[in-house]
Design a protein around this ligand. Structure first.
Ligand code: FAD
Length: 208
């Protein structure tokens, strides 16, 4: 989607190759909401979140399987870290939930760097876990879209009733996907459907 616009009678979405006309529009652009909904000035911070898959040593490899190792979250003096046992792909997945460099989704460095490994994730493993060789088997770069209170931002567009958006999932939106889908459908299906104040845009003092 390159751009969108709305009138009293409908919405228009431009993809560069095609133009789509519809009655309603739901925008769920994740980190890219900062650009697609820029005119709203939602105070969102996009954070760079490296994720690494670590090799368990031979003695401990069997313990890294899902029937032996739990999914975990650890909150220590350096931040909140999580891990997921070896499942389908080699290695135990480890990432840091808290913190993260503020970035622009268009220009973020998507390569996991030596600093990501040495400054945050590997020291966490050394502090709290054992049985890892230190070898990284795979990496991925994710993005969090963080709102000031870390709650979601789901609302109607203040100037276009036909446009509903959901963003600011702050690193914990995935598990709510079904209920957010239902909520978005309700907001889109009826102009009278109430907006939940917890997720409303009005809770932020927006700068015009
Ligand atoms: C490493 C990591 C671990 C996580 N772990 C968990 C977890 O354990 N539990 C949990 O609940 N949540 C977790 N999350 C958070 C969860 O993934 C997000 O909250 C959720 O994906 C946000 O959904 P979204 O639809 O807002 O954005 P996204 O999932 O990012 O989806 C946005 C989509 O819009 C597309 N898009 C953007 N701009 C355009 C455009 N202009 N045109 C067309 N398409 C566009 C993007 O390509 C993307 O597919 C994690 C996130 C990360 C990064």
């Amino acid at each position: 989607v390159v751009s969108w616009s709305a009138t009293d009678t409908g919405v228009r979405v431009d993809t560069g190759d095609d133009t789509y006309l519809a009655e309603r529009l739901i925008l769920t652009a994740g980190a890219w909401s900062v650009h697609l909904l820029a005119e709203l000035g939602i105070p969102l911070e996009v954070r760079r979140k490296p994720v690494l898959w670590f090799e368990a040593d031979e003695t401990h490899r069997a313990l890294a399987s899902p029937d032996r190792m739990p999914v975990f979250i650890v909150d220590d003096e350096h931040g909140e870290f999580y891990g997921i046992p070896q499942h389908e792909v080699p290695g135990v997945k480890i990432g840091m939930h808290s913190g993260g460099e503020a970035v622009d989704p268009e220009t973020v460095n998507r390569a996991v760097t030596g600093d990501d490994y040495e400054q945050t994730i590997w020291p966490f493993i050394q502090r709290n876990l054992h049985g890892f060789t230190g070898k990284v088997l795979d990496t991925s770069m994710c993005l969090y879209t963080v709102s000031p209170d870390e709650d979601f931002v789901i609302d109607r567009h203040p100037e276009h009733n036909r446009v509903v958006f959901a963003t600011g999932f702050s690193g914990h939106g995935f598990k709510f996907t079904p209920v957010i889908g239902e909520y978005l459908a309700s907001l889109t299906g009826s102009d009278d459907a109430p907006v939940r104040p917890d997720f409303a845009l009005s809770r932020f003092a927006l700068v015009p």
